[in-house]
Design a protein around this ligand. Structure first.
Ligand code: AHR
Length: 325
């Protein structure tokens, strides 16, 4: 190839790559697929595993080209992933933010690049709402309220004081902030209840177990009546700690948690968990619809919330075979 031809080939190649960076973003040239950069929180819980599966399945359709990144529960990893999606010129960014704050700068960069952002599962706290197109997920405040309502109902006719310990989710995350808020809002109306300890177990079984061990040690024998865990995984870890302390979970200490994963239904069936508040992780199909719409420039609602129930151990055996996650 002579010098002139080589130069022409290089210019053509650069032009093609440039176009890819702006629109098709890595999808095979000319296939018209929507390239979606998805940054997931991590793999901290049974809920998260089900959520990842749902997102990957829905965005595996040939109309999408998915770039998936796992942040391992670290905000800095998510910011890096978002910047890399922007540099690659993806069509749409979707992500489930580890924590609520600290997103303004990177979201402004996405906006400046003309890439719409869809929030899934967890919200962000930003002063400029135009930094994201839409949100799909649960009402975490309402989930906290439901847990407190269940507890008040389950304590009917019981005299106080009722000593409650709380296992919080990841510090600064929307589900931890909101579930705590909703739970306190309702429980605070009944003077029998006191939250005696509240600490983060980072949404994991291992941490849930570790923090519950510390709670049991600090409060002493008979010092805890109820555990409210912000997710089922931490409750399952705490059950191990309660049993190791020679107590009966579900009897000596009543337990209510959030998610409604299969592991929680198994624990309820065994009588070790009293109730779980559903938080639906199967967001993939609705996320795919929103991605399609924002990419096409169609109007989308600011918030899309999913329907969720409350399940007690009396319902567990009948419900278990029907659970999808
Ligand atoms: O953001 C949803 C929460 O994150 C789930 O309740 C929890 O299990 C997960 O880790």
């Amino acid at each position: 190839m002579n010098k002139g031809l080589k130069l022409a080939a290089a210019v053509l190649c650069a032009a093609v790559l440039g176009a890819c960076g702006k629109g098709d973003g890595g999808a095979a040239a000319g296939d018209g697929a929507i390239t979606v950069g998805f940054s997931q929180v991590g793999a901290e819980s049974e809920w998260r595993t089900a959520n990842t599966r749902s997102v990957k399945e829905a965005l595996a359709a040939p109309e999408f080209n998915l770039k998936f990144s796992d942040a391992q529960q670290k905000q800095e990893n998510q910011i890096k992933a978002l910047r890399s999606f922007i540099a690659q010129g993806v069509d749409v960014i979707a992500f489930s933010p580890v924590v609520e704050s600290g997103w303004e700068t990177v979201l402004r960069e996405a906006k400046a690049a003309g890439i719409p952002v869809v929030l899934t599962d967890r919200a962000v706290a930003v002063s400029d709402e135009s930094l994201y197109a839409t949100f799909i997920g649960s009402d975490f405040v309402e989930e906290g309220r439901k847990a407190a309502r269940w507890l008040i109902e389950d304590s009917e006719g019981q005299a106080g004081p009722v000593r409650v310990v709380e296992l919080q989710g990841t510090v600064g995350s929307a589900p931890a902030n909101d579930r705590m808020k909703g739970f306190k809002e309702i429980l605070g109306q009944d003077p029998r209840f006191t939250i005696v300890r509240s600490q983060s177990g980072d949404f994991t079984r291992a941490k849930g177990k570790e923090v519950m061990e510390a709670f049991l040690k600090a409060e002493g024998p008979g010092g805890i009546d109820v555990l409210f865990a912000h997710n089922d995984d931490m409750a399952i870890g705490a059950i191990q700690a309660i049993e190791a302390a020679g107590l009966k979970p579900g009897e000596d200490i009543r337990i209510v948690s959030i998610d409604g994963v299969r592991g929680a239904f198994e624990a309820m069936k065994a009588g070790k968990l009293n109730a779980t508040i559903e938080c639906n992780p199967l967001l993939g199909p609705q996320l795919a619809d929103l991605v399609r719409d924002v990419h096409a420039g169609r109007p989308v609602p600011r918030r899309v919330e999913v329907e969720e129930g409350v399940f007690t151990r009396e319902q567990a055996a009948a419900e278990l075979p029907r659970r999808k996650y």
